[in-house]
Design a protein around this ligand. Sequence first.
Ligand code: UDP
Length: 380
Amino acid sequence: MSLTVLMNAGPWLSVPPPGYGGIENIIATLVPELRRLGVRVVLASVESSTLPVDEKFSVFPDGQFHALQRPYNQVCGVSQAHLNGVIRQLHHRDDIDLVHDHVEAVGLATLAAMGPDGPPVLHTLHWDLAKHPELYGNLDAGDRVRVNGVSASQLARAPRALREHSVGHVHLSTPLAVGADRAPRPEKGDYAIILGRINPGKGQDVGARLAQRVGVPLVLAGPVGPYHRPEDLAAAGDEARQNPDVRFFYDEVAPHVDGELVRWVGTVAGQERDDLLAGAKASLFPLRWEEPGGTAVVESLALGTPVVATARGCLPELIEHGRTGLLTTDEDELGDLLLAASLLDADECRREAAARFTPAVMAQRYVELYERVRQGARAR
Ligand code: UDP
């Protein structure tokens, strides 16, 4: 296939990310698979990215994640500086067949503003947009720009202007799903895990309270704001409380973290993350937002860990109640489901992941969408 895609990963984290990083993980999963299908990939990211690609360029030397703590206009300023680098490239070369953009709102707006002479753009929505209509505001996505969601539920909740420019959804995937149906059965511990950013939407406070109530050991893994290790958060002192996720952690989660039944272990990465997830008897998602894509959900399945979750956002699309997980709309019932999770079969979870959530399935679907976006752009 002769197709050159400029993959715009944005300026926040390197690709692959050092630990936490939903969007960057997905790009790191998608790109090798696209290249296997013959797509040439030019990566727009930060200099410290190590993902093998055909070509890469950057504006910032390394991830600007820390800048996300700044006021919103300054956050947009960092995005914009990165996007200006992308636009410069697009003005100077004519070999880019399509831009696959992942930079929230600013990316779509900037690329749309290039007008009819710019290359076709597929912008992947990564966020729950019903709660953040201001992000995409009065955006006119432009004729050569199309969007895709990471779940049907996310798209259904997106502002109308985006839905009108949609070419469908593509579920997230994980390399862990490759051969997951043939991997040896994991040894299970007695604990449950919540893997993800500590944030009200992810509901670690609900999970910690439930775990205490039903007596199930719970591991909370993930960063609190920009702090990856408990000792870093402790050392940051009171100033850290300016961050809303830090305040949420101290006010709502920490009172239930006793270091024994409920533990916060900070960000986990690599083999440590996989072992922790594979060893859990359940992966808990006590969601208070409409989870748009749920990378940690498909990773759990791939590692043979059933999912216990509030039936919100993409969860009902990814999880079959009673087979690969247990879903409820009643927060209190989650505790009982946590106790019942060991009745589910780890092999069913892994079979599901191997059939639906491999990088190959995701890349094939993106190639189809690239073709549709390009055909649409040619037809206009
Ligand atoms: N993650 C990780 N270590 C952690 C917490 C999260 O590697 O301590 C990874 C997780 O495995 C997943 C990603 O970060 O790949 C989070 O993506 P997800 O879509 O689950 O959540 P988001 O934060 O994007 O809403």
